[in-house]
Design a protein around this ligand. Structure first.
Ligand code: ADE
Length: 252
């Protein structure tokens, strides 16, 4: 899969994309990332890519022409590339959207700065607007990295043969169960005995129950979307019962 990133701050991308899983995916040719400085597409002597807003007001607006030229230069190579504009006004990014984007061969990620882009960029060049959460970043660069990371995990081979993003808990709308590694006893806090039992069906039942417990206490909204079996519902019943008893116990 190919990503073209359009940014005013190309230096922000160099180190994060060289490390760990993404670095390896690039080395293996599973993902290809091109970083383009929008300023390089400004034709004036000083490569100006922003200007004051019409109508007055604070800040600067990213000009339409350099962005148009940058996008058109990518589209010349692939007219079917989809352009995503990173903005807090966009559609919330989640695991389903990451999976959908991972099926596309080529994305152009446009990173906004300042007061955003001239509205005509949106009208004429943007296919989809995406937000990574209800907070305002200094620009779309970190959001673009979040998209690349979450999308790349769905590309076969990126996570290694032993794992796939389909197995991730969010894929099944539940949070992960707790994980432990050595030592068994850390300052009196011991690993649950069941994990040392070697009984795989008991271990997977415990893990499922803890995933349900965690999801029900931290993200009950996810439970309503989850595909729950009869066994899951029974486990949830036990959890609610245990919690009620726990609360009652705490009151004394
Ligand atoms: N640019 C600034 N804030 C952002 C956000 N929350 N999501 C995507 N792009 C952004």
């Amino acid at each position: 899969m190919r990503f073209d990133i359009l940014t005013l701050f190309p230096g922000m991308f160099s180190s994060p994309l060289q490390e760990s899983i993404l670095g390896k995916a690039i080395e293996k040719g599973l993902i290809e990332i091109h970083i383009m400085n929008i300023r390089d597409f400004a034709l004036d002597k000083h490569h100006v890519a922003d200007d004051a807003p019409y109508g007055g007001g604070q800040g600067m607006v990213m000009k339409v022409e350099p962005i148009a030229r940058a996008i058109e230069s990518v589209k010349l190579q692939n007219p079917f590339a989809k352009t995503i504009y990173l903005t807090p006004q966009g559609r919330p990014f989640d695991q389903d959207l990451a999976r959908r984007f991972s099926a596309l061969p080529h994305l152009i990620l446009l990173c906004g700065r300042y007061e955003g882009v001239d509205e005509r960029v949106r009208e004429l060049f943007v296919d989809e607007e995406v937000s990574i959460g209800d907070y305002v970043l200094t620009g779309g660069e970190l959001a673009a990295m979040v998209l690349i990371d979450a999308i790349s995990r769905f590309i076969p081979g990126v996570l290694g043969s032993e794992r796939s993003a389909q197995e991730d808990s969010f894929y099944h709308s539940l949070l992960e169960y707790p994980q432990y590694t050595r030592p068994f006893d850390f300052r009196g806090h011991c690993v649950p005995e069941v994990l040392l039992s070697g009984n795989h069906s008991m271990i997977s039942c415990w893990r499922r129950k803890e995933a349900l417990r965690r999801t029900s206490s931290r993200r009950p909204d996810l439970l309503s979307r989850a595909d729950l079996s009869e066994e899951d519902k029974k486990l949830l019943g036990e959890i609610l019962h245990q919690d009620k008893r726990g609360k009652a116990g705490n009151e004394f």
